[in-house]
Write a protein that binds this ligand. Structure first.
Ligand code: ATP
Length: 623
């Protein structure tokens, strides 16, 4: 056999359906492709003028007009850009995947010191028009002197006819799509406007949309009203030139909201990749709103997609914002993005910028930062759980809100409480439910932090892991050491009597009993729940249905206060047979009230509690 070298041939009729399916899963995007081609055509022409390669005026009103021609079931895209000669049509249109945009950039790249703002890359976009058309016609006149207008017509994208055009007297290109029967929805102005609005809101050339009504008006020069798009989106401006009001207005416009963002980060990178954008921290009305975050990705001002998590880390998708990254290919598939090293660099850079902003707010605008904290904390905690490098960057800027409505760091808390409970952080997971304990804490001059969102269990475990030796305990966990009145320990014998009295009456409804001299005489008893067992039991309910082969009941300790006058009275009556029933009634009632502070009574217990309560009332009334 002889050795051979050669090029592999591609049959367009085979590859075409694949291109259509693979690249363009969304039919709407032909509008994006044709408008961005028009935009490229204008930009190329302007560039040639600025390079002295073309005669013309950069101040001319450059525009793209999209017209809906219901009479002929056609959608027309018209621009006054560079146009094409017959040779260029043959080269760029007839050769699929040969991009005039790349060709242009390569020809002039040495002369262009600014960044490349040409959108096209692949030489495929134009062919997306065949997804919706039974016939496509190009009428084009090149900017070149003495150029003649050219018409290219094709019914299927495989065979074409190239003739002289009678429809283009001025420089530029008109692309007419004769819509296929299953694509007539693109004759509705509302539909087309929405698509342009979605993809082309920020393109750098004015875009107009009109519906041609009749044969007569079709001939008329269309009066331009206001363009659909904003050719100068805020993210392109230098951050120092943007006012707060501009940022807020841009937010309201892009995200169609009346709300104000809390603060924002203006991303502006030139090296080693190009990236511009604005990320906003939204104000949250409730935790569930978080799922509504939206980060819009643009490529040279053309919208690509919302929430692409390959580029923007998942936790940042809780924010709202726009990111324009011209270095990303527009038509890429996601698997391509996942493997792109630039993409991961971009993603890391965004994380760093967000962390820097948070750190600077913490350092320089502490008062504002504290005000924002309730709104941003879930985002930050989620970020810390998802991305270790983010945690490392922001760990010293994490705040904890205390039961006294102060915002402090973990180190502040540990330092403040060192004397009373070293390395132990007490927290409240539900202010209402644990209000009794909060009151108790305040009475004792103790502090606790509020950790009440659904993410906290994981967050606490992470903080404990990162800060070995530090333990988080819910406010109703083991407090006995702290609540003990060391100056008034009480008589040991009496303590044993109290414990035995309650044990006899209550039995194994409670796991552990302890008698302490609490400072407050008003509280006969409180319930403490072991932190460990509570976490296990919560974990079990999270993984409902999974049996780990063990049961994780919450371990409850009844702390009986031997300083309470009721308890003192009860123990003095313990040997009085005539009072036995009453003593048992009151012991049970004390336990239920303690449990109630934890919202712990089940329906049977509640029935009993009410019954006993009624008994007590009858007893009091008959005294
Ligand atoms: N309106 C237009 N005016 C001038 N030239 C155009 C116009 N539309 C298309 N072309 C030429 O045809 C080429 C092919 O267009 P096509 O949309 O298929 O690919 P592209 O824009 O280069 O890349 P992409 O696939 O990323 O869109 C363009 O690069 C350009 O040279």
């Amino acid at each position: 056999m002889t050795n051979q070298k050669g090029s592999i041939s591609i049959h367009t009729e085979n590859i075409f359906p694949i291109i259509k399916k693979w690249l363009y899963s969304d039919k709407d995007i032909f509008i994006r492709e044709l408008i961005s081609n028009g935009c490229d055509a204008v930009n190329k022409y302007k560039k040639l003028i600025s390079l002295g390669e073309a005669k013309g005026n950069t101040d001319e009103h450059y525009k793209i007009k999209v017209s809906i021609d219901k009479e002929n079931s056609a959608l027309i895209f018209e621009d006054n850009g560079i146009g094409m000669t017959a040779e260029e049509v043959e080269k760029y249109i007839n050769q699929v995947a040969f991009s005039g945009a790349e060709d242009f950039f390569n020809t002039y790249k040495d002369k262009m010191n600014e960044e490349n703002d040409i959108i096209g890359h692949f030489g495929l976009g134009f062919y997306s028009s065949f997804m919706v058309s039974k016939k496509v016609q190009i009428d084009t006149l090149s900017y070149k002197e003495n150029a003649t207008p050219v018409r290219w017509v094709s019914e299927d994208g495989l065979e074409f006819e190239l003739t002289q055009s009678d429809n283009r007297e001025t420089r530029g290109t008109t692309i007419t799509l004769f819509l296929a029967d299953d694509s007539k929805e693109f004759l509705e102005e509302y539909t087309v406007r929405n698509i342009i609005d979605k993809y082309c809101s920020f393109l750098p050339v004015d875009i107009y949309l009109e519906t041609i009504k009749t044969e007569e008006t079709k001939e008329d020069e269309v009066v331009d009203t206001t363009p659909i798009n904003d050719t100068n989106p805020l993210w392109l401006k230098a951050p120092k030139d943007c006012t707060d009001e501009e940022y807020k207005e841009f937010y309201r416009k892009v995200f169609k909201t009346f709300d104000e963002p809390l603060f924002w980060i203006h991303l502006n990178v030139d090296y080693p990749f190009n990236l511009k954008g604005i990320l906003y921290f939204p104000k949250l009305k409730n935790e569930f709103e978080l799922i509504e975050g939206k980060v819009k990705l643009y490529n040279n001002q053309v919208f690509v997609a919302d929430n692409i998590k390959e580029v923007i880390p998942e936790f940042l998708l809780l924010l709202k914002g726009v990111i324009d990254c011209p270095d990303l290919p527009l038509n890429v598939s996601r698997s391509f993005l996942q493997n792109d090293r630039d993409v991961s660099k971009i993603s890391k850079h965004i994380v760093k910028k967000v962390a820097d902003k948070l750190k600077s707010l913490y350092k320089n605008e502490r008062e504002n930062y504290e005000k924002f904290w309730d709104d941003i904390q879930v985002f930050i905690k989620f970020g810390c759980l998802k991305d270790e490098s983010f945690y490392d960057k922001v760990k010293d800027s994490i705040l904890f809100k205390t039961i006294n409505s102060q915002y402090i760091t973990l180190n502040d808390y540990l330092e403040n409480c060192k004397e009373k409970h070293e390395n132990k952080v007490f927290y409240v997971s539900n202010e209402e439910q644990q209000s009794q304990y909060i009151k108790l804490f305040k009475d004792y001059g103790l502090d606790a932090v509020i950790l009440d969102s659904t993410i906290e269990n994981h967050f606490i475990s992470m903080i404990e892991f990162k800060n070995q030796g530090v333990h988080f305990n819910r406010i109703d966990a083991d407090l006995s050491d702290i609540l003990k009145d060391n100056d008034n320990e009480g008589n040991k014998e009496i303590k044993t009597d109290i414990e035995n009295l309650f044990k006899d009456v209550i039995g194994d409804r409670i796991n552990n009993y302890s008698v302490e001299s609490l400072k407050s005489e008003d509280t006969p008893a409180i319930i403490l729940i072991s932190e460990q067992s509570r976490r296990m039991s919560e974990m079990r309910s999270q993984f409902a249905g999974m049996n780990f082969g063990m049961s994780f009941e919450e371990e409850k300790t009844l702390v009986i206060n031997n300083n309470s006058s009721i308890v003192k009275k009860l123990v003095s009556l313990k040997d009085d047979e005539t009072k036995k029933e009453k003593v048992s009634l009151i012991c049970n009632q004390i336990v239920d009230i303690a449990l109630l502070s934890n919202k712990e009574l089940d329906s049977k217990e509640l029935d009993e509690f009410i019954k006993r309560n009624n008994q007590l009332m009858s007893m009091v009334i008959s005294l």
